[in-house]
Design a protein around this ligand. Structure first.
Ligand code: URA
Length: 247
């Protein structure tokens, strides 16, 4: 049966559907030896020879779901030719074509999911599904109620206003020079948490993601990973259902 090329690529673990569309638009994908020059092309996954940057794409025989506590200093995309260290090196024992679900900045730590299930990635990273992502940010200065209200209501950034967030003050240092805030957002704008705090005058000094949906970092230390349990995968899939299909 024929399917859209980007869907087949995503199912093979190349990346999210959006990432696959980018690769196609950049002319990096060939089907049966010919560079694909348009989106929306249909292919038969059993018969077509698909290559990205010359590398053969094969459909996986099973899906992997991994939870990693990303240390600072690691890049979370495999497509960055300038990356010094990527999170994939930390899960090198897993012989599957993994990609990350969304991104964390190189200097951000914490939870990141790796999988070869491009379809789930597409759903989880689609803005309409609104999966909550929780961060703990240590920022400069004393965060007060007004600051928390601004974070909760929405902050004007250069690429739009942020959606309502949950914000909770966890701690202010005795000298008032540093505050720790737990922030839950549902979007994935570039460097969003850092830019939100910058906009209210509190530069982020340390940022860690502690939760994705209902999945928590638990006892995983920086650099450690584990497979998601079947139940966690099930919950993630449920939370990634399009809104209309939820009860
Ligand atoms: N927001 C940021 O500023 N950085 C991240 O890595 C994730 C969210």
């Amino acid at each position: 049966m024929e399917e859209r090329l980007q869907k087949v690529m995503a199912a093979a673990g190349v990346g999210s559907r959006r990432k696959c569309e980018e690769l196609i638009s950049e002319g990096r994908v060939t089907v049966n030896g010919k560079v694909v020059d348009r989106l929306g092309m249909k292919v038969d996954p059993q018969k077509s020879e698909i290559r990205v940057d010359g590398k053969l794409v094969t459909l996986p025989d099973r899906n992997y779901y991994i939870l990693l506590n990303k240390p600072a200093g690691y890049t979370s995309t495999k497509f960055d030719p300038f990356a010094k260290k990527t999170v994939l090196e930390l899960v090198a024992d897993v012989s599957a074509n993994l990609h990350t679900v969304g991104r964390l900045d190189v200097d951000t730590e914490g939870l990141i999911i790796l999988t070869n299930d491009g379809d789930l990635t597409y759903r989880l990273t689609h803005p309409s599904h609104e999966i909550g992502k929780t961060y703990v940010a240590t920022v400069r200065g004393k965060v007060d109620e007004d600051d928390l209200d601004r974070l909760r209501t929405g902050i004007q950034l250069e690429d739009g206003v942020t959606a309502p967030a949950k914000a909770k003050l966890l701690n202010v240092s005795p000298d008032g020079r540093r505050s720790t805030v737990e922030l839950t957002i549902h979007e994935g704008k570039k460097r969003q948490v850092r830019r939100m705090f910058n906009a209210i005058g509190h530069r982020v000094e340390h940022l860690i993601r502690t939760k994705i949906g209902s999945i928590s970092i638990g006892n995983l230390k920086a650099g450690e990973w584990r497979y998601l349990t079947d139940d966690e995968v099930k919950r993630l899939k449920e939370s990634a259902q399009p809104k209309a299909k939820k009860e």
